[in-house]
Design a binder for this molecule. Sequence first.
Ligand code: SF4
Length: 111
Amino acid sequence: MIHPASETGLQSVSLAFSFCSMPDPKARQPENQPGRYYVDTQCIDCDICRETARRNFTRETQTGHSFVYKQPVNAQEEQLCQEAMKSCPVQAIGDDGEGQPNVNVRRAGLP
Ligand code: SF4
């Protein structure tokens, strides 16, 4: 049996996240590398994607959000990007699907 207080808590969490919409390709963070994956402006800077897919996500320190600094180049990175996307609490990570041209441009100061 579910305790009434626990149920209420779950409903609150569910309600809070119900305001989050799907990733919006028109609201991409400008720092994203062009390609399949992107972070949009809903990012709350929680760090989950950066911890999950360290080779692909990093932090923009001035305004505090994540972005894709390198599109995945192998199956392992692809899997970790998928995991990061599924773990994002606000659905801020988008996936345009296979067939997107990935353009990885090396940026100064980034790994
Ligand atoms: S997991 Fe989502 S909310 Fe958290 S830092 Fe990454 S993109 Fe932002």
